[in-house]
Design a binder for this molecule. Structure first.
Ligand code: UN1
Length: 508
């Protein structure tokens, strides 16, 4: 069994790897070290890829249903350990405990979906012009899938990638986020407990150099990446230049909630607070813009500001906490820079809880990465960087608009991103206009713009991604389709009226 400092999981073994480097898992709410891990190197990735390569033929030759059996084992273990794992998620990434639990629940939902899907039809029967021809779609696994996952959903997102990749017959090399290696260790232990055959699943702990070694290697057929736009665009640029290789990337957003003159303001305030501050704004679907119609602007602003002043920041293990800490000190600095940028660009600051009051920081948590809501209003201008650049924190702009829903959607679409968004309105025409014209992959009405369920496709447009990192659409990224046609007759007959006669010179 693995011991501190924890290592990697390669070819069915817990290994130390080649590197001397170590790194710690740190509780963001206290600054306390939770465990120490070995930092993987490109040569550890090389060993993991060799193991994966060697395991592929045998794994792909199992049936979908047999492969899924291993995932059902993971499902049962994870479900039974929900509360224990929820606490670990919360300790390691700082999300308050209901979010820690939701992360684990989302993970076993994804496993349930992928393993259950093994018994569902895979593909279509397609008609042919020729009655004696059968045509249908089949799928083949692509081979080795490199998975690179973020810290903010340290259990759920790895399973978005890996559950589907494995059931579809692929082998996996996974590089988890360096901020949440403890969660990754437990995910690897669960796959080991399930008896997944050697080499089918491999994990290398570490930083970006280990991730880059996965992306660069020719043995990797698909890279599944969820994380920052900066890294994701680098990956998709690199992989795009390599024929036959695919990168499915899900990145950030500069998401918005549109609140029209027909909004129910109770729903609006509730949705906006959840969208902006849940997970301390550290979801890729979190909202950093609230686009509010002038007729309801003042009332919405008053109510939103009042609540933003009061939301409970504190110990994430307490049920009464709404917002836990930011992930790491460097991220607090990033949030500070975004708050300053908004100020420099002329923001009228309405709530500034960036530096929390002494009494707000729970006892024994002085070493945590504390940061509270920052709310500002600013006149919409397409030149403003603060309305385009993702902060990934509890940082949100109020923008007043006048006119029709068309005006709101124009402001909504004026960012390079397009991941998630919501409209709050009682008018179905406004709602449908938003649904059809807002540039995004996940659209909500009269709801927060967070909290997607696993059976829906998840992913965005524009700079947010190419739309298939999870659920149904991930299957596209980890399989190849074969359009299969078989002739049941002894005669060869062609579609499109194409002649099948072979004429020879003697025929003249
Ligand atoms: C993310 O924001 O990084 O839709 C992932 C949600 C979650 C997943 C979010 N199911 O909020």
């Amino acid at each position: 069994m693995a011991k501190d400092p924890y290592g990697h999981y390669v070819d069915g073994e817990w290994v130390d790897g080649e590197g001397e480097g170590r790194f710690d898992s740190v509780n963001p709410a206290t600054g306390e070290t939770l465990a120490t891990f070995r930092r993987g190197t490109p040569s550890d990735v090389d060993a993991a890829l060799a193991a994966a390569d060697g395991a592929f033929e045998e794994w792909r030759s199992l049936s979908y249903i047999d492969r899924a059996e291993y995932l059902w084992e993971v499902y049962h273990e994870m479900r039974e350990r929900t509360d224990e794992l929820a606490e670990i998620v919360t300790k390691e990434c700082g999300k308050e405990i209901s979010e820690g639990r939701a992360d684990v629940v989302e993970a076993w939902h994804m496993v349930e979906w992928a393993a259950g899907n093994a018994r569902h039809p895979h593909g279509d029967v397609v008609p042919s012009e020729i009655p004696s021809k059968d045509a249908y779609m089949r799928r083949k696994p692509r081979g080795t899938i490199g998975c690179i996952t973020p810290w903010n959903f340290p259990v759920a997102i790895p399973f978005w990638h890996m559950a589907i990749a494995l059931v579809e017959g692929n082998v996996v090399v996974w590089k988890p986020a360096e901020q949440t290696p403890w969660c990754a260790q437990i995910v690897a232990e669960m796959l080991d407990d399930a008896g997944v055959p050697e080499g089918v699943f491999n994990m290398v702990q570490g930083y970006g150099d280990a991730g880059a070694a996965i992306v660069d290697d020719d043995r990797v057929d698909t890279v599944l990446f969820t994380g920052s736009a900066e890294v994701g665009h680098e990956i998709s640029g690199k992989v795009g230049a390599e024929p036959g290789k695919i990168a499915a990337c899900e990145m950030g957003g500069k998401n918005a909630v549109v609140i029209t003159e027909r909004a129910d303001l109770d729903v609006a305030v509730h949705s906006a607070i959840m969208s902006s501050f849940k997970t301390t704004g550290q979801r890729c679907v979190s909202s950093e813009r609230l686009i509010v119609h002038e007729e309801v602007y003042d009332e919405f602003k008053e109510r939103f500001v009042e609540l933003a002043e009061q939301v409970a920041v504190g110990d994430p293990l307490e049920e009464s906490t709404f917002m836990g800490p930011a992930i790491e000190p460097g991220h607090v600095e990033k949030i500070r820079r975004h708050n300053e940028l908004a100020r420099e660009e002329g923001a009228e600051v309405l709530v500034d809880r960036f530096e929390l009051e002494d009494g707000e920081i729970p006892e024994g948590h002085e070493g945590g990465n504390w940061v509270g809501p920052f709310v500002y209003e600013i006149e919409y201008d397409t030149e403003l960087r603060c309305l385009k650049e993702e902060c990934f924190g509890p940082h949100v702009a109020l923008l007043e608009y006048s006119g029709d829903i068309e005006e709101a959607v124009e402001i909504h679409n004026d960012t390079p991103y397009g991941l998630a968004g919501a409209i709050i309105s009682e008018d179905y025409r406004q709602i449908n206009y938003f649904r059809d014209r807002a540039d995004l992959g996940l659209a909500y009405a009269n709801l927060p713009c967070i909290g997607a369920e696993v059976q829906l496709p998840f992913g965005g447009v524009k700079k947010s991604g190419n739309g298939y990192p999870s659920a149904r659409e991930a299957i596209e990224a980890v399989t190849e389709r074969t359009a299969w046609t078989m002739n049941n007759s002894r005669e060869i007959e062609m579609a499109q009226g194409l002649s099948a006669d072979i004429t020879t010179q003697d025929d003249d």
